[in-house]
Design a protein around this ligand. Structure first.
Ligand code: HPA
Ligand code: ZN
Length: 336
């Protein structure tokens, strides 16, 4: 089989995916109509034309606006189900999904409505598509600590559905230390922790996420390359980085895919993974991200499979579940 087919059929595991970032313009229009919400765009084509980003903030402004069409539990179900169908197409066998409760609670949508819709779709995803999944709740770092504590309180009755907490939104000006106490409480409550760090922000955000937030993965983390000691530390500790290639070029973290450091980091022994972040906004789901990297960097099949192998190691599932995923990967590689 050629490399394009190998990449499409390769079993994949996604660890960095914002469910609000899977809202395709067509669904945005459908939901706007269903919920009688005015959109500042005349058509899905006009929405797509507005997706020209200069940095993270220019994306976030439009991304939070898009989420306004999500109102009812069924909306969150439909959104999540559409994403899981994309997973099926791309041979994603396991996914760990972020959601941003504050984006919704700030508009008067109940936390329980959001989680119920996402969770119901994930249960159907397991039953009907055989895709396993987990949910991670993110705090919006541009909001204050008090708001994060409030949303953590809302999450407590849903501990059975939420495996961990994360930190996203505007990295510059909102360092991890702002959330040290909330993360400490979240860990006491049994949540695993992750944080976006070193996407646009400095290496100090990666160090502080590790030291103060006790994270089990760094989301993005590509700026680690600015600090040799940090690269060595990440390699030695096998700290996973959930890298998002198309996101990074769309948000100008790297000018071109050939400038991206993901392959260099992989070859230096870091536990790097490929992920789609906000695929409806950045022009591609998992297969597209793998292909974009492979088209600009000469990658062997072993290296392509290593991205999945790393993601299995870095996932938040039991050893028994990891074994099942490793078997699927090994079976594919043996016959491809
Ligand atoms: N960075 C920060 N916040 C986000 C992102 C991201 O890549 N995607 C959605 N929210
Ligand atoms: Zn992200």
């Amino acid at each position: 089989m050629n490399q394009a087919t190998f990449i499409r059929q390769l079993p994949k595991v996604e660890l960095h995916l914002h469910i609000e970032g899977t809202l395709e313009p067509e669904m945005m229009f459908q939901l706007a109509q269903r919920n009688q919400i005015d959109l500042p765009f005349a058509s899905p084509q006009e929405v797509k034309a507005a997706y020209e980003f200069t940095n993270l903030q220019s994306f976030l402004d439009i991304y939070y606006q898009g989420a306004n069409v999500l109102i009812e539990e069924q909306d969150f179900y439909d959104l999540t189900w559409a994403y899981l169908l994309k997973c099926q197409q791309d041979n994603v066998i396991h996914t760990e999904i972020f959601f941003d409760p504050q984006t919704h609670t700030a508009r008067g949508i109940h936390f329980d409505t959001v989680i119920a819709g996402i969770d119901r779709a994930m249960k159907d995803g397991l039953e009907q598509l055989g895709i396993t999944s987990r949910i991670i709740m993110c705090f919006l770092r541009h909001l204050d600590e008090e708001s994060a504590f409030e949303v953590l309180e809302m999450a407590l009755p849903h501990k059975d559905k939420i495996i961990g907490v994360g930190l996203d939104s505007s990295e510059l000006g909102h360092p991890p230390e702002k959330f040290e106490r909330v993360f400490s409480k979240a860990r006491d409550e049994g949540f695993i922790t992750v944080a976006h760090a070193g996407e646009e922000g400095p290496v100090s955000n990666i160090y502080n996420s590790l030291e103060l937030l006790n994270v089990s993965r760094i989301d993005h983390g590509v700026r680690c390359a600015d600090d040799e000691q940090l690269v060595a530390l990440l390699a030695e500790s096998k700290m996973p980085l959930t890298v998002c290639p198309l996101s990074n070029t769309k948000l100008k973290v790297f000018d071109e895919m050939r400038d991206h450091n993901i392959v260099e980091l992989l070859r230096r022994g870091l536990c790097v993974t490929i992920n789609s972040d906000d695929p409806a906004y950045f022009g591609g789901y998992m297969t597209d991200n793998f292909r974009a990297v492979a088209e600009s960097h000469a990658l062997s099949r072993e290296e392509l499979a290593l991205f999945t192998c790393n993601a299995i190691d870095a996932s938040f599932i039991s050893e028994a579940e990891k074994c099942v995923l490793r078997e699927k990967l090994d079976d594919f590689v043996a016959t491809a």
